[in-house]
Design a protein around this ligand. Sequence first.
Ligand code: B12
Ligand code: SF4
Ligand code: SF4
Length: 330
Amino acid sequence: MQATEIKSLAKDLGADQVGIIGADTLEAFPPDPRWPQTPGRISPHSKSVIVLGKQIPSGAFRLRMGTADRYQNNLVIRRIERIAAALSASLEERGHPTFTVITNETDWSLKRGTYGYLSTRHLAAEAGLGTIGLNLNLVTPEFGSRVQFAAVQSELELEPDQPMAEQVCVGEGCSRCSYCCPPDAVGHFSLAKRDCATCAQVYGYAQLTAHLANVMQDENIDALDEIWTPRNLNHWLAMTRVAGCYGACMRCLAVCPVGVDYTANLAEAHSDIPEKTPEKVAKAKNFKNARKAGAEVPGLNDYNIRWVGPDGYTGQAAKEYRKTHKRIQE
Ligand code: B12
Ligand code: SF4
Ligand code: SF4
């Protein structure tokens, strides 16, 4: 089977984006070499990794209820996982051993806390679907950051795609993802992950265990009164509907101005960023000056720049995509 055949098969199954990476490239460039997320750790037989992207619909970013949008987000994750599983099955039927990479789970053998088996954002960057943005989200010319990823590992050898040289994220001069971030977790191509998790994982594992420990240890709390509470209901919903254990904050996705979907459906709704403060604006200015002056920035070092886009931002990638999109529409 050829790469083009796999790509049209994945698109027929419902993927919006498809890219292919050679397993050897991923062995050579793990996202963080201190805790290497590499396909060979999962299966030594894999030759290729196929990464799939699914857009989060614009409607999800035009809601008023914070509780509803976290369902939308997780519906997309489940959908892209099912598409990956279907693609795996299809390749198996054609005689190529293939499996779906676990998407949002944590490999504790690598690192305590939340850390994927493979980092799907890095897979997408490596396959040329977009580049890593100021807040570490993957920014694509089509959908900005409003896209979720899944991947399959296959023993089939395929022609790989190449990473983009151009930075798709507008960068420090934009900083909208930093302005909107409720806990001010966005750094300079880095993220204060624990701070982000207070919003993105409101009913996550850390919150659940902290809550249980509190109920068990605090003598002033009547454990029976603590059973029938909105908070416990939300933890139950997080377990049964995967809503709120992750994906509970959508702000940095909503305001990212890159993408045809943003121009068409979101620009007006998100032109104003209520969380923007003078302090955040000053922080962005400092980042801009630091980059201009060539200061040392860990997120932009010689190793990480591969996924950020070594040529910097020119706006060309998004422009080209808009042109193609217009032609298709016409
Ligand atoms: C753990 C996790 C989280 C954690 C930690 C996030 C993180 N950056 O790692 C928390 C809870 C904070 C989180 C939050 C969110 N997440 Co999340 N998350 C994941 C998960 C499960 C694993 C991520 C992982 O393994 N990271 C590994 C490390 C290596 O990646 P990294 O931190 O980006 O590494 C770079 C930086 O550390 C940087 N760097 C900066 N400074 C320095 C300094 C040094 C010395 C070094 C070495 C490196 C370095 O370089 C590294 C390499 O480039 C993935 C799914 C997956 N399997 O990939 C989803 C995923 C990344 N999440 C996703 C999303 C959408 C979100 C949220 C928007 C919430 C939501 N609505 O779903 C927020 C956004 C936060 C953000 N701006 O990044 C999507 C991303 C989609 C996209 N378009 O990018 C993913 C891919 C899920 C999916 N199935 O699609 N998430
Ligand atoms: S998900 Fe929310 S808290 Fe996390 S970086 Fe984005 S805006 Fe900030
Ligand atoms: S909001 Fe702006 S700075 Fe943030 S990721 Fe999108 S383009 Fe980059």
